[in-house]
Each structure stands twice: as C-alpha cells, then as structure tokens.
Design a protein around this ligand. Structure first.
Ligand SMILES: C[S@@+](CC[C@H](N)C(=O)[O-])C[C@H]1O[C@@H](n2cnc3c(N)ncnc32)[C@H](O)[C@@H]1O
Length: 255
C-alpha cells in the first residue's frame, strides 16, 4: 500500500469527511459498544487511524485513561481530531510501524482504518508488541465483498484495479495466531446503503478520502467513467435506488 498516497487522499478529505461519514459513524458506535462499562485502572489507550477523532470523546469517557493518544498518517485529520478532543496526545505515524514501546498500551482501538494496510499480519504483530499482557485490540474493518457492485461495474470496462481489495476473515484469524493474539470476539454485519445514482457513491468515497486505489494506473477517461456508471445503474438500480454493499466485521483480540 502506498502510504504517502493514502495520507494525501485523507489530508484532502479532512474538511469534508464528517458530512459524508454516515456508515463510519454507525460502525464506530457499534464497535465502541464492546468497551467495558467501567474503565478500571487504564493507563494508556490509542485510537489507531483516528481520522477526525469521532471515537476519542467516547474512549475518554468510558475507559478514562491517564493518556489518550490519537494516531493517524494524515496531519490534516489529526488537526481535526485535536479540535474535537483538545487534551489528546497526537501522533502522526503508520499503523504498521507503531512508535510505542513494547508492552506500553492497555487498549488499541481502531474503526475502519486497518483496511488501508499492506498485510493484516504485520499490523497484528505490531499490536501484540505494544500491548501489555492482557491488553485488548478492538477494531472494525471491511471484508472482500465490500463494494462488490462497483467492482463488478468496473470489470465491464477493463481489467485494471479500481476498487481496493480487503482482507479475508482467514487472514485476520491466521494473523492473530502468528502474532500470538487471542480472538475473543468476531462479528460480521452486512450493510447495504442506497444511492439515487451510483455517481453519488463515488462522490461520497472522495469526500471520505477513500478514493486511493492501490495499483491503479493513470486516470480514467470521462467516457469510460460514464459507461461504468451506466453498467452499475442498469444492473443494480431498483425502486430503492442503487445499492452499495459493505461487509463490516468487528474484532476483539487479547494480548
Ligand atoms: C475511514 S477513516 C476512519 C477514521 C475514524 N476512525 C472514524 O471512525 O471516523 C480512516 C483513517 O485511517 C487513517 N489511516 C489509513 N491508513 C493508515 C495507516 N497505515 N496508519 C495510520 N493511519 C492510517 C486515514 O488517514 C484516515 O484518517
């Protein structure tokens, strides 16, 4: 994964992200329901891929850590997160190379950020390294069926990648096993959102900063783009609108 391109894409989207983040809000709310009602003696918590920091106030209230850290690749996203939660410690870094000492964190929480990684295993090894024994990793991510309609519509135009691929459930299980993390919980939630036109989905992905596609070569002509939208509309359009499928999965792991 080209991390510089991912960071630039999210930098550009920092100002528009919150207005477009309907699914992201719903996923974060469900993810955070898994937090314990009482934080107990929690020293340090990190929100990995914090974006505009939606999860931070909830993490602060529920876990009440002595140190709450917001980590992201994108400096513009981190500035937004600080506006939402001024007392947070900001760290600009890559999830696959965490700048924390071994056994230094009690909770690592991440909502819809780990799908931008190169491998699931590398991240899980890093998470296991920085968690204290017994510490928890709680995250939400997307599975391979996500945006399957858009993926299909592009295959009608050419063979190039136009939609990112997402890790399979097995990759998370195997990654956890080789990292030495115990899977405590795993749930799947299929979500379908409807759009008047497929172009609205594409514009929303851009507003969210989710438009970087690994391996995409060059641009797409306006004609090819319009033809792809036509295929999408004709194949999937219904009275409800054009569907976009999201395969959301929730994980809780323990070091
Ligand atoms: C879809 S946003 C989710 C933001 C937030 N967690 C939420 O629920 O609204 C994904 C965030 O992950 C960050 N991100 C993507 N890849 C990353 C990486 N390798 N390391 C750190 N942050 C990353 C992006 O910059 C972006 O802010």
């Amino acid at each position: 994964m080209n991390k510089l391109a991912v960071a630039r894409s999210f930098d550009r989207a920092a100002a528009s992200y919150d207005q477009a983040a309907h699914l992201q809000r719903r996923v974060a709310d469900r993810l955070l329901e898994a937090l314990p009602a009482q934080g107990g003696a929690v020293e340090s918590v990190v929100d990995l891929g914090t974006g505009t920091g939606y999860c931070l106030p909830i993490l602060q209230q529920t876990l009440q850590p002595k140190v709450l850290t917001a980590l992201d690749l994108s400096p513009a996203m981190l500035r937004r997160a600080q506006l939402r939660c001024p007392e947070v410690r900001l760290v600009q870094a890559d999830l696959e190379n965490l700048p924390f000492a071994a056994a230094s964190q009690d909770w690592l929480v991440s909502s819809l950020a780990v799908q931008w990684l190169t491998t699931a295993e590398h991240f899980l090894v890093e998470a296991q390294r920085v968690l204290r024994p017994g510490g928890r990793l709680l995250f939400a991510t997307l599975g391979p069926d996500t945006l399957k309609e858009l993926r299909w519509a592009w295959t009608q135009i050419d063979d190039h990648p136009h939609v990112n691929t997402f890790f399979k459930e097995d990759e998370w299980h195997l990654g956890a096993q080789s990292a030495g993390l115990r899977v405590l919980r795993h749930e799947q939630e299929p979500v379908t959102l409807y759009y008047h036109q497929p172009a609205q989905l594409l514009s929303e992905l851009k507003q969210l900063g989710a438009s970087h596609v690994e391996g995409r070569q060059g641009g797409v002509s306006p004609l090819a783009f319009r033809r792809m939208l036509g295929h999408y509309q004709r194949r999937f359009g219904s009275e409800q609108g054009c569907p976009a499928h999201w395969q959301v999965s929730y994980w809780m792991m323990q070091a």
